[in-house]
Design a protein. Sequence first.
Length: 285
Amino acid sequence: MKKKEKTTYSFPSKILTVFFILLCLIWIMPIFEVLINSFKENAAVNTNAFALPDKDSFVGFANYIKGMTFGNYPFAKALGFSFLITISSVVVILLFTSMTAWYIARVDSKFARMFYYLCLFSMIVPFQMVMFTLSFTADQLKLNTPYAIPIVYLGFGAGMAIFMFVGFIKGLPLEIEEAAAIDGCGPIRTYFRVVFPMLKPTLISVGILETMWVWNDYLLPYLVLDRTKYMTIPILVQYLKGSYGSVDLGATMAVIMLSIIPIIIVYIFCQKHIIKGVAAGAVKG
């Protein structure tokens, strides 16, 4: 039986491995700090935020219970609005941008090319340039509710999604769509029955990236939503204040931890699809 040869790593490879391990630890450190402080009493967080909880400062899950009842706005309500906005925005982005990308990839016209370049240009426009105008426009068009804000997210998330979808669709064989047309399928049926199932790798990748963006977004909902009625979790964290503006840091850390747990779980289980989808969409960008 043939012995397996040992894999040898060069010195530069070992250096890079150590470097990336250290870089990973640096990225994980803030999350670890939030986690340990969520189990400490408020005074201990204020005095030594980097220390591990001891028997005097450890409060168990009391901060999590307090965080969900702290402040004047219900945590469950903010959590519900976060889920509603994230799910509806991602669905809208995936549906409309994939259809647009199919049109751009298959129609050879000046309009399609110009529209594609405009979508790419939207990716480099800083949000700060348009945020004040956006806030006023959203109020005028009644887009300041969780049920209408997905339209705003569609505008800001379309650029990257269309870029990835166009690159992937250009790599799909056109003959399959031509065969569907010969069988009597119109454009709508061809898209939903033939093209859409083939977009699965990029759909998953774009969906995960957009989910992380929308879920963690603070500035856009803060500017657009009517905060007297609607808050997402990132906005709620800012308003976790007691009397005279006092902030319970332990409860705040607990709420922050609760807000990042869902997105971390999604990313851990779906990270391989992000790499596959980005690679697939970059073949013929």
